[in-house]
Design a protein around this ligand. Sequence first.
Ligand code: NCD
Length: 329
Amino acid sequence: MATTTWTRRHVLSLADFSADEYSIVLQTASSFREVLSRRLKKVPTLQGQLVANLFFEPSTRTRSSFELAAKRLSADTLNFAPATSSLTKGETILDTAKTYLAMGTDMMVIRHQQAGVPQAIAMEMDRLEARVGILNAGDGQHEHPSQALLDLFTICSLLDPDRPALDLLNGKKIAIVGDILHSRVARSNIWSLTASGAEVHLAGPPTLCPTLFAQMGAGRPGKLSLHWTVEPALDDADFVMTLRLQKERMDQNLLPSLREYHQLFGITRARLKLCKPNVKVLHPGPVNRGVEIASDLMDDPEFSLISQQVTSGVAVRMALLYLMGGGKV
Ligand code: NCD
């Protein structure tokens, strides 16, 4: 596995990820996918290292996926649950992180409802010269790098299972549909997909898909466009990424009703007829069935990559932990 050019101690954002870094992650994840297909799905790589999952916000798949990834690499894991922690007694987040540091944590996987928290912890660890790797597992509406990397791995593996690579996306059309405004998954995916030669089309109602997103495409290898109707984004698309309507982040009435949203932007079989015949649909989960995607479509393996995304997630997170922990940069 290629580790020689990996120099990143923390993975906080994909905004400045290089083509080489994408290719190292894809290659390494591909090796770990092979490990996960064996009867003995475990390697000793991170034996003796400690990975702490600090999830200040609810999560099912990301938290379990990081925990499993760490265990498959033979690391020890600690899981933190805010409701039963000293946060309830007024401890600050930085003090919580320093407590885990004092126990000898090598990597911290951090999710927080506030953008910038993983970055703040990373800066504090660097200030303390602690050599701890920080992985952003979703911060507010900012970024969710490991999700975008697993989406990329899922797409590239479908295009070439033996050599998942960024250049496979050259000329492919990818639609990202829904609540772009509140989505950290969309932001990280915009960075990763526009790092390739793909054509990325954002679509959502104007209240959830503001024009400032179009600027994220400036100076990137891929092309980024924005639409306030779904049809131009779906037209001839190779992949459609649907996003959950983040109702918990909507403090105003940004939508007339969920029914109208589904009518205008919901991904259905009828709408997929606009796309390429072998189009595939992704969704990061959790899904509002019948809102952003028709319930039956979500379960149809002919179109849906949702369970492959979950499976890919473990290999991709193993790759990230391996690269960050193995090299000890
Ligand atoms: C996403 C998240 O938490 O950002 N889910 C995930 O990690 N798989 C998307 C969402 O909550 O809609």
